[in-house]
Design a protein around this ligand. Sequence first.
Ligand code: R5P
Length: 220
Amino acid sequence: MSADQGKRMAAEAAMEYVEENTVIGVGTGSTVNLFIDALADMKARIDGTISSSEASTARLRKHGIPVLDLNEVGTLPLYVDGADESTRFLQLIKGGGGALTREKIVAAASERFICVADESKLVDVLGGFPLPVEVIPMARSYVARELVKLGGRPELRSGFTTDNGNIILDVHGLKIMEPIKLEQQINNIPGVVTNGLFALRPADLLLLGSADGVRKLTAE
Ligand SMILES: O=C[C@H](O)[C@H](O)[C@H](O)COP(=O)(O)O
């Protein structure tokens, strides 16, 4: 089974958790794009969405799905997003598409975070996927030196600017044994907006598309 099939199965399985007359938090990426396409079928029955990126906003609007302002909406009942890696504790690396900061905001503002992914994203230890860190441009060199002190090899994501006007440093070579500690350490570096570890606020449910169907994982 291809990764694309796994993504589609997971994205469509998330529809079961979408309740009528609610506002849905929507993540970013190729798996979420499939969720957005499925969500279009029930757009008349939801109150709207909160989007985590300009790319998702464009796709939602193309389908005629309303996109609201998070400042005008209270706590969201549900956030659906993909991941680059997940452990069985549902701690994640996100940000392969550079949307990590807005994703973290919407996840934090949501009661339930359902992560949708194909089975290749499940790992024993985070860090095989380079950890994205969003950085204010003037702090690039300083933050890079601090990330080296933490044992990583930061590389500037060339030609990329985030929706917030910042740069991304992708940190290679980390074997992340203490995700919560590292998430806090990196976020404490002046100039870092946030990093792609979702450990302080992990997912609540992981829907993994696999050859055996959709596996549902909750944190062990
Ligand atoms: O910034 C991008 C997001 O964190 C994505 O959710 C993540 O990169 C996974 O994307 P995909 O579903 O395309 O594998």
